[in-house]
Design a binder for this molecule. Structure first.
Ligand code: AVI
Length: 327
């Protein structure tokens, strides 16, 4: 039985874990009470969700990972030139650190690599693998939620500058104000003279975009629907997976793909002891994936204190990796 079944709205308790659970219940319920109903995309990434996301990155329709990897592989030497010698590389949301290796290969004199991830097991596993592959590099894993800010841990050797590496177009999952706040946190972590190397997915033909988020094999659908499984397990909810379907739609005015779970019929769902009504066809918004122009990204970055210095694209112009500095 879930701990929320008997006491669906627990009063804040003493431990940090209980406080985190309380926050989760309150945030989920607030999202389900809003119009349209909306949940944070962070909830998509439980263990199963993270596995499904890894599978998404391999899909033929999901061009993002492959395209960005291609850009990094082709231009790593130029990126390394921008980063300069004896830098410290900080990677928020590092996950498997797979793309990072392309950079590490081009940066033999890096002072330290600081992967930051909320999943301790994942983080330590990836950090161990990087350490084994680059034995002379100091690897300093930090287990933290990067959206709350980060501190750079002390390294053995002094560094010339801190460079934040934020690939994957993860910034696109944040709405404008949040994205600017996040870029500001990175600016603070990098300090004066620091850099940011960031992957940005570009706006393109909506057919290509909608296909990338509505794949034929149904992996993105499983990823989205897994959120309901998580709510059933962790918040004593009773969502019927069969009564919702996945849909990803391009919203031109906002320049974003929205991931929806659409209610197939009129229904009542219970979540942490609260009744939630869904009309037939009503959507629950689970993720925003913003797509940028060079200008729209540069404007957000400038607002957060970054100056664009250099950018690289793939031949089709689908994706861009950008290097920015603090001055
Ligand atoms: C993690 N993030 C950059 C992905 C994206 O494309 O916005 C998440 C994702 N959602 C569905 N497919 C992939």
């Amino acid at each position: 039985m879930s701990k929320f079944e008997r006491n669906p709205r627990p009063a804040p308790r003493t431990s940090r874990r209980d406080a985190a659970d309380w926050l989760l219940v309150e945030q989920v319920l607030a999202g389900l009470r809003s119009t349209p109903k909306r949940l944070s995309p962070a909830y998509l990434y439980d263990r199963r969700g993270s596995q499904l996301f890894e599978a998404i990155c391999e899909l033929p329709e999901y061009y993002l990972t492959r395209t960005e990897t291609g850009i990094l592989a082709r231009y790593a030497a130029q990126m390394a030139e921008c980063i300069g010698k004896q830098a410290l590389l900080l990677e928020p949301g590092s996950g498997s650190s797979r793309k990072t290796r392309l950079l590490l290969d081009a940066l033999p004199d890096l002072t330290a690599y600081v992967p930051v991830d909320i999943s301790r097991t994942h983080l330590l596993e990836a950090a161990r693998a990087v350490q084994a592959a680059y034995p002379r590099l100091e690897v300093l894993p930090v287990c933290a939620d990067f959206t709350q800010g980060f501190t750079v841990p002390p390294s053995r050797r002094p560094h010339s500058r801190v460079v934040v590496f934020f690939p994957g177009s993860t910034l696109g999952n944040f709405d404008a104000a949040e994205a600017i706040r996040l870029l500001g946190l990175m600016r603070r972590a990098a300090g004066d003279g620091g850099g940011l190397l960031i992957g940005i997915d570009l706006a393109k033909d909506p057919t290509i975009l909608e296909r990338a988020y509505n794949d034929a094999a149904g992996v993105t659908a499983a990823f989205n629907l897994n959120l309901l499984v998580r709510l059933n397990r962790e918040l004593a909810a009773d969502f019927d997976q069969e009564s919702f379907h996945h849909k990803a739609v391009w919203m031109p005015a906002q320049s974003r793909i929205e991931m929806h779970l659409v209610s197939a019929r009129r229904q009542t769902v219970h979540v942490a002891g609260e009744r939630v009504e869904f009309a037939a066809g009503e959507r629950l918004v689970t993720e925003h994936c913003h797509k940028y122009s060079a200008e729209s990204f540069a404007s957000q970055a400038r607002t957060a204190g970054w100056t664009p210095r250099r950018s690289w694209r793939d031949p089709r112009g689908y994706f861009s990796v950008q290097y920015l500095e603090t001055v």
